[in-house]
Design a protein around this ligand. Structure first.
Ligand code: FES
Length: 75
């Protein structure tokens, strides 16, 4: 999942629900593809948008606020 040195940008509409991968096994980074079913208890983060927005999700794995990018990829 954390295979790049820059964030993912995910556009999401108001009231849309997305499943963000937390297990690292997805083939559809950064979103869940159901692969967590092979892991013990790791579940996706369910996020519901309160407005139309663009999410900035960590692609490098260095963020202190996973799954969100905190700028650590610049260091
Ligand atoms: S992409 Fe990982 S901190 Fe920004």
């Amino acid at each position: 999942m954390y295979s790049q040195q820059f964030p993912y940008s995910v556009a999401i509409k108001k009231d849309e629900e997305i499943y963000i991968c937390q297990c690292g096994k997805t083939a559809k980074s950064p979103l869940c593809d159901g692969s967590h079913k092979q892991t013990d208890g790791v579940r996706p983060l369910i996020f519901t948008a309160e407005k139309d927005q663009s999410l900035t999700l960590c692609g490098c794995g260095k963020s202190a606020d996973i799954p969100w990018c905190d700028g650590s990829h610049n260091r």
